[in-house]
Design a protein around this ligand. Structure first.
Ligand code: ZN
Length: 272
């Protein structure tokens, strides 16, 4: 592994509440602290997980909760979850609503797409009502996600327009530009570390550095060197190194990392 940059990092997307971390979660957090990781955002995927995330984040101060209903689990979502989510926005120190979005990779079923769109739209509404950023999961659905975001921002006064992160960004350059115009940032994670991810990797330098935030999406999306293994926030430093290598610029490595840190705070101010 290339030597670490001695600057603070944030993992903007990590499912550290999942049971695969049950046995070594505290060790992982200790290693993360040693590696200058100051904050890890833990997004929710189903209503039944929310209390677990909230209590974990209360015990571990470097963990920050986001709650949401993930588009891949529509079978598990209930209408009541939306009301509960709104109540939790009121009573809990949430960093964001997430992860929410549209996934048209796993489903081709029009009925499921409709349910996904319903929960996505309702959660965007809650996010704007409580002035919270959103963590968006979008696969094979960028045009639709952009359409939803534009519709929502048109219906709102500009001060309450929705901002957030398109996590594990997989869209095109043109779609990226649309997201940036809407005030969104793009999640840079393990998928960019694969040498054959040529199109994805070429995006990094075509966009301004302000576009990007770091994430692991652990336990999924392991970086290349850990291919086939459980991903972990401990690999965030390695993901940062990949970004530095791809982002050819005059800026020093430390400045690049500082900018990524600042980008994350710009969108998730409660981490500061
Ligand atoms: Zn995720």
């Amino acid at each position: 592994m290339p030597h670490q940059v001695n600057k603070t990092l944030i993992d903007s997307h990590c499912h550290l509440d999942f049971s695969v971390f049950e046995n070594d979660r505290l060790n992982i957090l200790n290693t993360c602290r040693e590696q200058n990781i100051s904050a890890i955002v833990v997004p929710g995927v189903c209503g039944k997980d929310w209390q677990r995330i909230l209590s974990l984040c209360e015990q571990q101060k470097m963990l920050y909760p986001a709650l949401g209903l993930h588009p891949c689990f529509t079978d598990e979502h209930h209408q009541d979850d939306l009301q509960i989510l709104a109540q939790l926005c009121d009573s809990e120190p949430l960093t964001a609503i997430g992860e929410i979005g549209l996934d048209f990779f796993i489903t081709k079923d029009p009925a499921d797409k409709k349910i996904q769109a319903y929960y996505f739209s309702e959660q965007l509404q809650i996010a704007s009502q409580y002035q919270l950023p959103v963590l968006i999961h979008a696969r094979k659905s960028h045009a639709e996600v952009i359409r939803h975001l534009k519709t929502h921002s048109r219906s709102l006064p500009s001060v309450s327009s929705i901002r957030g992160i398109i996590h594990a960004y997989s869209g095109s350059y043109e779609e990226a530009k649309e997201y940036l115009k809407l005030g969104f940032k793009l999640g840079f994670g393990g998928a960019f570390s694969y040498p054959d991810a040529i199109k994805r990797r070429s995006l990094v330098t075509r966009l301004p550095i302000e576009a990007w935030v770091l994430e692991t999406d652990a336990p999924d999306m392991s970086p290349w060197e850990h291919h086939g293994q459980r991903n972990s926030p401990q690999y965030l430093q390695e993901i940062a190194q990949v970004f530095i290598q791809l982002f050819h610029s005059e800026a020093k490595n430390g400045q690049i990392i500082e900018q990524l840190y600042q980008n994350t705070l710009d969108i998730l101010p409660s981490l500061g």
